[in-house]
Write a protein that binds this ligand. Structure first.
Ligand code: FAD
Length: 491
């Protein structure tokens, strides 16, 4: 086994079939990783009649999916949306997601997802996951009311509000607050176990076996400190999560974020599947994109404040989702951003530790105490206030619900500098795959016998600018299922 820059054992090994004397185990479909994507793939492959074995490198399944709130971003008129009287359609859902990812999206994948989301929610409920028929209409990262439907993205913010009819699409397990992942994965893993999938824990996939035609026909895993070779007659499905825990990879692909990120994931997010897929011929795409979250709410009233950069200038409409703020914050000089707010709206953000850098009875006092360029903050606030009084935001189009002049002293300037708040980051790049999971080479041909899903691939969410809470788990489970079925269908 080789060593990479990080000193970590690499998994980028390919074993030629000609070098294999005998396999230790045989299966039809071999799934690597028992998180959201892997469990979904394993269950669907098994339900399609295949013998399935799962390798999980930690001592139990769940992965980052289990750590998450397991909000799923689904629309198009799901049973939950319909039961709560919410109007949405597959086309409206598509238009919203297309607005989120623009040119950086795979339209075939998006169409499949938008047309299949209604059925996918039924599938999640059929696993036994409880969803409460309650709609939370507030502005929070996760509804803390036990309700299962909420707005989680930029649906009501400019420019998205002009591109699709706003609809709430965050589907949360009932009464779970931030622990929906435990509920969701508890039910999903139970269904996987019942279905007769062979689960091997403390079993890290370390290599793929390829025949002379470069078809993947099996894999090697480290189990009980020895190499175990597994023959996979129909295919191997890589679902080992993203690479946010692999410092060598984040230094290379996300250099701006490497030093400031709070690495948001489980220890298994080492990029193993990405590197194995690449070694087998797979193409990597979108590797420089990541979710960057700056939870500037709750409380919702902070949305009335304005964000400025170190030039004292606004750069965003503050009613956006926290990952869109993250996307634009990293583009500001030194990653230094501040919230200017008055006494009427001041509060501390619930999820962030922030420093107040200046307070004053006038904007000028705040400006001089903070050291921002003289006159700039004053100009920004004057212009904002004049327009807010008229219910308009000509520069960034914040919705009128959140516009009120900031005119009640004392005033504060609060630092949200990225190197201080260290925003949570997880990766959005990986293997290029067909929507049905086949791993693609740079020339567009498929690596036979090799499939992948979840954060091991570049899926629906491809930039923090358009991300909404729930897009990752919805993507990993939806496309995990497709990859499992596709692998099972091979002869
Ligand atoms: C705290 C937190 C909250 C979040 N909340 C949400 C949310 O509410 N909604 C949302 O959409 N997203 C959320 N996310 C992001 C989301 O949880 C993940 O992006 C998503 O769950 C990843 O799913 P996955 O199946 O690709 O990977 P995982 O669920 O991480 O599964 C990968 C599995 O592969 C295993 N593995 C790794 N390497 C190997 C190997 N070599 N061999 C065998 N097994 C291996 C890992 O141990 C792991 O069990 C959250 C993330 C965090 C950390």
């Amino acid at each position: 086994m080789k060593r990479d820059n990080n000193g970590e054992n690499t998994v980028s090994d390919i074993i030629p079939l000609s070098g294999v004397e005998a396999f230790d185990l045989e299966t039809d479909v071999l799934v690597a990783g028992l998180g959201g994507a892997g469990a979904s793939a394993a269950l669907e492959a098994r339900r399609a009649g295949a013998a399935v074995t799962v390798l999980e490198s930690s001592s139990g399944g769940g992965g980052s999916t289990q750590m998450s709130a397991c909000e799923m971003y689904l629309g198009g008129g799901t049973r939950l949306q319909r039961d709560l009287g919410i109007a949405d359609s597959p086309d409206n859902f598509y238009n919203y997601l297309k607005a989120c990812f623009g040119d950086n999206c795979d339209e075939n994948r998006l169409r499949l997802f938008c047309d299949g989301a209604v059925e996918h929610f039924d599938w999640a409920e059929s696993l036994g996951v409880p969803y409460k028929r309650g709609f939370y209409d507030g502005r929070d990262v996760v509804a803390m009311t036990g309700d299962s439907l909420q707005y989680t993205g930029n649906e009501r913010a400019w420019p998205f509000v002009e591109m699709a009819q706003a609809a709430p699409r965050g589907h949360l397990p009932a009464d779970a607050d931030h622990s929906g992942g435990l509920v969701f994965m508890g039910h999903l893993l139970e269904r996987v176990r019942e279905s007769g999938v062979n689960i091997l824990c403390d079993a890290r996939i370390t290599a793929l076996v390829q025949d002379e035609q470069k078809r993947v026909v099996g894999a090697a895993a480290r189990i009980d400190n020895r190499q175990v070779l597994i023959r996979a007659h129909r295919g191997v499905v890589l679902c080992t999560g993203g690479f946010i825990m692999n410092e060598a990879m984040t230094r290379k692909h996300l250099p701006t974020l490497d030093g400031i990120a709070t690495r948001h994931g489980n220890p298994g997010d080492r990029g193993d599947g990405i590197r194995l897929g690449q070694a087998a011929g797979g193409n990597l795409i979108n590797m420089g994109e990541a979710f960057v979250g700056i939870a500037h709410y709750p409380p919702a009233q902070l949305t009335y404040g304005i964000f400025v950069n170190e030039q004292g200038q606004r750069f965003i409409n503050e009613d956006v989702y926290l990952a869109r703020l993250g996307h634009y914050a990293i583009q500001q000089s030194q990653g230094r951003i501040f919230m200017f707010i008055d006494n009427r709206h001041f509060e501390r953000p619930a999820y962030l530790n922030v420093d107040i850098v200046a307070v004053g009875e006038t904007v000028e006092e705040v400006e001089s105490e903070s050291g921002l360029p003289a006159g700039n903050l004053q100009h920004t606030v004057d212009y904002y206030n004049q327009n807010a009084a008229l219910g308009q935001d000509p520069l960034f189009h914040k919705a009128s619900d959140w516009l009120m002049p900031l005119d009640e002293p004392p005033y504060a300037l609060v630092s949200y500098a990225l190197d201080q708040i260290k925003p949570p980051v997880f990766t959005l790049g990986g293997l290029e795959v067909k929507p049905t999971g086949e791993v693609l080479r740079p020339d567009g041909s498929a690596v036979e016998g090799l499939f992948a899903a979840g954060r091991t691939v570049a899926g629906i969410p491809r930039t923090s600018a358009g991300y909404a809470s729930g897009m990752s788990v919805a993507d990993v489970t939806f496309f995990g299922r497709l990859a499992g079925r596709q692998a099972a269908a091979q002869s």
